[in-house]
Design a protein around this ligand. Structure first.
Ligand code: PGA
Length: 241
C-alpha cells in the first residue's frame, strides 16, 4: 500500500507529441524501486488522458484529471463528468484548484458538488485548499472521515494545502508551516485524511516537505513538466522511504 502520493499537475501545457516525449523521457529515467511505497499520479489536460492511461501500466503511473463538471450529466456544453472519467480508468481528480477559483469563479458550492460526484463515482478527489475557510467546501460534501482501521489512501479524500503565494512563484511555504497546516486540516477532517503540500515544489526542496510527519505527498505544477526533474523528485522520495 502506498505511503506517499506524488501528483503531477500539467495544467494547460503539453500537446500530444510533447506528452509522448515526456512519457518516453520518464521511461528512460528508469525510476524503479519500491513502487509499492509511492503512488505517482499524472494529471494531464483532458484530451491527453487516454494517452497517459495507455502508458500508465508500463510506467507504474496512476492517472488523474485536473477538474470535473459540477453537474452530473446532461446539456452542459464543454464539461466532462465524473462518470465519464471513471469509465476511462481515471483514479484521481484535482478539485478546487485556486486557478479555477481565480479565472473561472469556481465557488465552494461547486467544489462541494464536485467532491460529492467524485465520491459517488469512486474517484478520489484531491481537494486544494489555500485557506481554512475553504475546508467548508469539504465539510458539507457528505464526506465521511474514514474509520481508524482504514489506512490512507483508502481514505476517500485527499487534501492538498497550496498557499496562493507559493503557486508558480518559486517561493514555497516553509516545511514547518506546511506541517502546521496539515495537522490543523487533519484536526478538522479526521486523522486519516491525507494532506499533500503544493506550491513551488522542485527536486531541491521536495524531501524537506516529505520529512514532515503529517505531509503524505506533493502536488507539483511547473517542476512536473520536465520528466528529468520530475523523476529526480520521485527518486529522492524513494530514497526517503
Ligand atoms: P507549482 O504549481 O508547482 O508550479 O507551484 C502547483 C499547483 O498549482 O498545483
Amino acid at each position: 500500500m502506498p505511503k506517499i502520493l506524488i501528483v503531477a499537475n500539467w495544467k494547460e501545457n503539453l500537446d500530444k507529441k510533447e506528452a509522448e516525449e515526456w512519457l518516453e523521457g520518464y521511461r528512460k529515467q528508469e525510476v524503479e524501486g519500491k513502487k509499492q511505497a509511492i503512488e505517482v499520479v499524472i494529471c494531464p489536460p483532458f484530451p491527453l488522458i487516454p494517452l497517459v492511461l495507455g502508458y500508465s501500466k508500463g510506467l507504474g503511473l496512476a492517472t488523474g484529471a485536473q477538474t470535473i463538471s459540477h453537474f452530473e450529466k446532461g446539456a452542459y456544453t464543454g464539461e466532462v463528468s465524473a462518470e465519464q472519467l471513471k469509465s476511462l480508468g481515471v483514479k484521481y481528480v484535482i478539485v478546487g484548484h485556486s486557478e479555477l477559483r481565480e479565472h473561472f469563479g469556481e465557488t465552494n458550492k461547486q467544489i462541494n458538488q464536485k467532491i460529492k460526484l467524485c465520491l459517488k463515482y469512486g474517484l478520489i478527489p484531491i481537494v486544494c485548499v489555500s485557506e481554512f475557510n475553504q475546508i467548508e467546501a469539504v465539510r458539507f460534501s457528505n464526506f465521511q472521515p474514514p474509520g481508524s482501521n482504514l489506512k490512507p489512501p483508502t481514505s476517500n479524500l485527499i487534501i492538498a494545502y497550496e498557499p496562493l503565494f507559493a503557486i508558480g512563484s518559486g517561493q514555497p511555504d516553509t516545511p514547518a508551516n506546511a506541517q502546521k497546516m496539515a495537522l490543523a486540516i487533519k484536526k478538522i477532517l479526521g486523522e486519516n485524511v491525507w494532506v499533500l503540500y503544493g506550491g513551488s515544489v522542485n527536486s531541491q526542496n521536495a524531501t524537506s516537505f516529505l520529512q514532515e510527519k503529517d505531509i503524505h505527498g506533493l502536488l507539483i505544477g511547473g517542476a512536473s513538466l520536465n520528466p528529468i526533474e520530475f523523476s529526480q523528485i520521485i527518486q529522492a522520495t524513494y530514497e526517503l522511504h
